[in-house]
Write a protein that binds this ligand. Structure first.
Ligand code: NAD
Length: 256
């Protein structure tokens, strides 16, 4: 029993740039010996994701487009992965989106469109990709998604994204219940705030970071590397008895 993932293939969805938590997970997976398949949303991101993937200098890395709002895109992406690698052993779902104007002020002002968009991209997409991943996890597998404390508590400005995270958290439990019989585990990591492209649009984000630095038990903010290493645990055989679980990697802030 160890953390080595040599000979295993993992899909990492949601790298946008070097600050992305998905990139932290990718590096930890790479350090554990895993082969990686990256998926990105839209042509605009292709070159930066390819550049990052190439920087790993790993053999057999794939980089494919996958906009999770399109069932056709998801089906095409997984068909290409099946053809190229056959079996996969895990999937990191690191995808979320909400309109900037809905991430400040009162949750009460959330629009129907904004609500549906946030839930479509940030929550339903896990179910959509888990369905496709199941067919490729012929030796069992592990699915890990990223959530946030705003799904458990009302956190200022997190608003509709918090409601979408609560839906994502429930999906983790239902998917774990469905997929356990196939030897597939589904878990989430609740990451502490990290300054990424997505996080920057959350109102008063600097105040949130300062609060963590001053008050979290570990007195420091979370790094993508810490999340990446926890993900490797959830992907490895060391966590084989764990499914439907949420692990907080947030310097202990959630206990306060
Ligand atoms: P990020 O901006 O680097 O990553 C978000 C990713 O979602 C991007 O790669 C983006 O392209 C992708 N995405 C958006 N719409 C998509 C679509 N239609 N199809 C496919 N991909 C799409 O930011 P991040 O902070 O690394 O976010 C990754 C995950 O971590 C998100 O689920 C986020 O909610 C979660 N999270 C972030 C923090 C934080 O403070 N940064 C804390 C807890 C959880």
């Amino acid at each position: 029993m160890n953390f080595s993932l040599a000979g295993k293939t993992f899909i990492v969805m949601g790298v946008a740039n070097k600050r992305s938590i998905a990139w932290g997970i990718a590096r930890s997976l790479h350090n554990a010996g895993a082969r990686l398949v990256f998926t990105y949303a839209g042509e605009r991101l292709e070159s930066s994701v390819r550049e990052l993937a190439d920087s790993l200098e790993a053999e057999g890395t794939l980089v494919l487009p996958c906009d999770v709002t399109s069932d056709e895109d998801i089906a095409n992406c997984f068909a290409q992965i099946k053809e190229a690698v056959g079996t996969i052993h895990g999937l990191a779902h690191c995808i979320a989106f909400a309109k900037t104007e809905e991430l400040k002020g009162e949750y009460l002002n959330t629009t129907r469109d904004g609500f549906l968009l946030a839930h479509n991209i940030s929550s339903y997409s896990l179910t959509a990709v888990a369905k496709e991943a199941r067919g490729l996890m012929t030796e069992g597998g592990s699915i890990v998604t990223l959530t946030y404390l705003g799904g458990e508590r009302a956190i200022k400005n997190y608003n509709v994204m918090g409601v979408a995270k609560a839906s994502l958290d429930a999906s983790v439990r239902y998917l774990a219940a469905d997929l356990g019989k196939d030897g597939i585990r589904v878990n989430s990591i609740s990451a502490g705030p990290i300054r990424t492209l997505s996080a920057k649009v959350i109102g008063e984000f600097n105040t949130i970071l300062k609060d963590i630095e001053e008050n979290a038990p570990l007195r420091r903010t979370t790094t993508p590397e810490e999340v990446g290493d926890a993900a490797v645990f959830l992907f490895s055989n060391m966590s084989r008895g764990i499914t439907g679980e949420n692990i907080h990697v947030d310097s202990g802030y959630h206990i306060l």
